[in-house]
Write a protein that binds this ligand. Sequence first.
Ligand code: HEM
Length: 245
Amino acid sequence: MSSTELAQKSPGLATGLTSSSIGKKLFVAITGAALLAFAFGHMVGNLQVFMGQDQINKYAHALQGLGAALWVIRVGLIVMAILHIWFAVKLKLENWKARPVNYAYSNTVQAGLASRTMIWSGLLVFSFITYHLLHFTILATNPEYKSLTAMLNGQEVHDVYSMIIYGFKQPLISGFYIVMMFLLAYHLSHGIKSMFQTLGLNNERYEPKLNKLAIAIATIIFLGYISIPVAILAGLVKLPGGMTI
Ligand code: HEM
């Protein structure tokens, strides 16, 4: 047998992993875990808005100060997101191909709505993140936020605190974020369960506990994130005295 034939018959580890269904599931689970860690960390970081202007500005300024390391993290996140979506979509397409006609009654009832709509909730969350980057990172939707600055230890820094308040003082924007964060939590509630299963952590004894843990993590993320627009709309977190853009 020639070496080309041999290579075709026994694909390398990476090719084997990405062509098998379990390999793709593993990629979705591992990249999902990394994205979940980011979502949790970002929520904790954002909650510092409740500790005042200096605290959240100090945090945002420290992140910016990471320089090249911040770009390594950003590129890592983008790669994780692309791989997560790529393999999830591939799995879904294979699923559809294998079962072009829906069963009349079926496991879909058992599977639950969150499970059946993962691909759609995931793609909607991805479009939300694109909007969110244009809103708060690139400032393309609101270039006036670039002019927001504050003093921090004698240094002029970007006033992330006021930017968040200006952003969420608008009920439509806050409402949109809240709906999207509900979708994110909905996606996570099933995603975390699936992740446990793919990583082999699920067995009959632990399954009910792990399912509860998945719902608890998704709920914490939902409540943590929405507490910010809700508190701003309720006037509990305010702009520094007399500030306008
Ligand atoms: C109340 C909700 C949220 C607030 C207040 C918020 C706030 C912010 C702010 C202020 C930035 C810009 C940081 C900077 O440039 O200094 C940012 C960036 C970002 N946010 Fe959010 N965010 C929220 C929800 C989310 C959610 C639900 C996700 C997705 C899970 C998310 C993902 C990101 C990403 C990927 C970045 C870019 C990070 C970077 O490249 O530096 N955010 N967010």
